[in-house]
Design a protein around this ligand. Structure first.
Ligand code: AMP
Ligand code: DBH
Length: 574
């Protein structure tokens, strides 16, 4: 089969929805969108303070000048193997300095990285690559038990558009080593001058998903850089900031809130944490004099526990951000005394809107709310089931639009009809209450999504994998309360013929190549599902039933390990 060149996406086409021109003009006029790209940003910072440390990894430390030079060199190498401006590239890298190098190489070239998480496997990667017609995969085999290079080959074999696999570390046969590309021809000046531009796509982020596989989220340089700049300001980042990347680097929270990019924007130093376990992370906070980091609630709990018996000096910390899932107020209350720094709650989404509590907020607001929108141009509505505004202070569904909230997912015309209102508001699926100060409290969720300690699981996706088993007649995946993770996944299965064991079903799902965090935590069998009045499976009733069953078992699950960004979680035996 011959494969044509994948299409170049035009921002504003049906595949890449964007803001109406009048609104875009306003965002430019008001200075939110500046036309600057992330490539320009790095160039500017490297010129201003070439010798300052930009990125610290386990075995390398790069100054701004070195990072800038590396980005150009690798951009040239990518061009040399036929990756062009506008091409999509699946990037799956661990928390190492190379992540930042590859990201900025893509930005410089104008290639569009799709930031897969280390936990993703063939099922997810194949979807990202096929849906975007990616031309290359960039991965790393430097220091993991699992063969990411092998995984990339598997994806290349399944997706015709993927021609190249580039590996940091040892490449397999017919793959390129990143080192080889680093030494190739630097990016020709011509290419650099012909873009990318601020209005171009910078990257494709991933949604947690509700209806099955993750959706791809098109973020432009203009809108993403605005969110990064505003975030850095709210987080009071400056040239002395040292941000520890604990969560998987490609996730929107550690990447942009203010995270890696916010730290580069402020001229600070990004320190990569290879594992989120407290022993590693608290050690790095001490030795690298970390000033700020971001965690999901289960990690905050684990760190609080570890800190009480630790002699680690964390006095350099100025700000501890917690987000991705609802932080319990009692846990929130323990943070400032234990860490001796400010707590900041962060309620965000890769689709756009990010809320922060502010340094000047009263302590009770920081403890009891998930923050308020970062931008004065963020529009927020709290509505009932008919999209009518609820009374102030009442809870309802959160809708939002603004200068960094997408107007539609990438190549998803059909889904976009329901995920957005006709006037462009994104339906977040979150149930919130808004205080007169603008602060939002997340009180629940209207969307079918399980938030497993910040890692989002779409029930439909997991159900699809279970249904592929010959002995599964029907399956329903729900979230049940869990002391450690907030929620855990529970699959309820109606068997066909001989009933498989839960362990064999979990193994089956894992072997279909899905991220370990999506493999059901527990599986139980029922003869039939409870149904609603119209005969639909009643997830609500299932959840109530399971929650009641689980109260006895909750003590056991409280000891569970928190979410991990370590690439080896795939075979943790879950
Ligand atoms: P995603 O779509 O994967 O980017 O996940 C975004 C979703 O995570 C939000 O819509 C919320 O449901 C959830 N979320 C993020 N931060 C918080 C938070 N601080 N509190 C409660 N839920 C959160
Ligand atoms: O959960 C998220 O997606 C999230 C949480 C905090 C996010 O995207 C963000 C901050 O930017």
């Amino acid at each position: 089969m011959t494969v044509g060149r994948p299409r170049i996406d035009v921002v504003g086409s049906a595949d890449v929805p964007t803001w109406p021109e009048a609104i875009a003009a306003e965002y430019r006029a008001r200075g939110y969108w500046t036309g600057q790209t992330f490539s320009d940003l790095l160039r500017e910072r490297a010129a201003a303070h070439p010798d300052r440390e930009a990125v610290v990894g386990a075995d390398e430390r790069l100054t701004y000048a070195e990072l800038d030079r590396r980005a150009s060199a690798l951009a040239g190498g990518l061009a040399w193997i036929g990756v062009h401006r506008g091409d999509r590239v699946v990037v799956q890298l661990p928390n190492e300095a190379v992540f930042v190098e590859v990201l900025f190489a893509c930005f410089r070239l104008g290639a569009i990285p799709i930031l897969a998480l280390p936990a993703h496997r063939a099922s997810e990667l194949t979807h990202f690559a096929a849906h975007s017609e990616a031309v290359a995969i960039i991965t790393s085999d430097a220091r993991s038990r699992f063969s990411f290079a092998g995984l990339a080959d598997e994806v290349r074999a399944a997706v015709p558009s993927v021609r190249e696999v580039v590996v940091a570390g040892e490449p397999l046969e017919d793959q390129r080593s990143l080192d080889e590309l680093r030494g190739a021809t630097p990016l020709p000046e011509l290419a650099a001058k012909s873009g990318p531009f601020g209005r171009d796509l910078a990257l494709l982020q991933l949604s947690g998903g509700t209806t099955g596989a993750s959706k791809l989220i098109p973020r432009t340089h203009d809108d993403y850089l605005y969110s990064v700049r505003a975030s850095a300001q709210i987080c009071e980042q400056d040239g002395d900031s040292r941000y520890l990347v604990v969560l998987p680097a490609g996730h929107n929270f550690p990447l942009s809130s203010a995270g890696i990019l916010g730290t580069i924007e402020s001229g600070g130093t990004v320190v990569m944490c290879p594992s989120p376990d407290p022993a590693t992370a608290l050690g790095l906070i001490e030795t690298e004099r970390i000033t700020v980091t971001g965690l999901v609630p289960p990690l905050a709990i684990a760190w609080l526990e570890a800190l009480s018996g630790s002699s680690r000096d964390v006095s350099s910390l100025r700000l501890l951000q917690v987000g991705g899932a609802k932080l319990d107020a009692e846990v929130a209350r323990r943070v400032e005394p234990a860490f001796g720094c400010r707590l900041q709650q962060v309620f965000g989404m890769a689709e756009g809107l990010v809320n922060y509590t502010r340094p000047e907020d009263p302590l009770e607001t920081v403890i009891a709310t998930q923050g308020r929108p970062m931008s004065p141009a963020d529009e927020v509505r709290v509505v009932d089931e008919h999209d009518r505004d609820v009374a102030p202070g009442e809870s309802g569904a959160l809708l939002t639009r603004g200068p960094y909230t997408i107007r539609g997912y990438y190549r998803a015309t059909e889904h976009n009809r329901t995920a957005f209102t006709s006037d462009g508001f994104y339906r977040t699926g979150d149930l919130v209450r808004q205080a007169p100060s603008g602060h939002l409290e997340v009180v629940g969720r209207a969307k079918e999504q399980i938030n497993r300690g910040g890692e989002k699981v779409a029930p439909a996706e997991v159900e699809g994998h279970l249904l592929a088993h010959p002995s599964v007649l029907d399956a329903c995946v729900v979230g049940v309360p869990d002391a450690a993770l907030g929620e855990r996944t529970y699959a309820v299965v109606v068997a066909r013929g001989e009933q498989p064991t839960p362990a064999s079903l979990r193994k089956f799902v894992r072997e279909r190549g899905v991220a370990a965090f999506k493999v059901p935590d527990r599986i139980t069998f029922v003869p039939e599902f409870p149904t609603t009045g119209v005969g639909k499976v009643s997830r609500r009733e299932l959840r109530t039933l399971l929650a009641a069953q689980l109260t006895d078992a909750s003590a056991a699950s409280a000891a569970a390990t928190p979410v991990s960004s370590a690439p080896t979680t795939d075979d943790s035996g879950r």
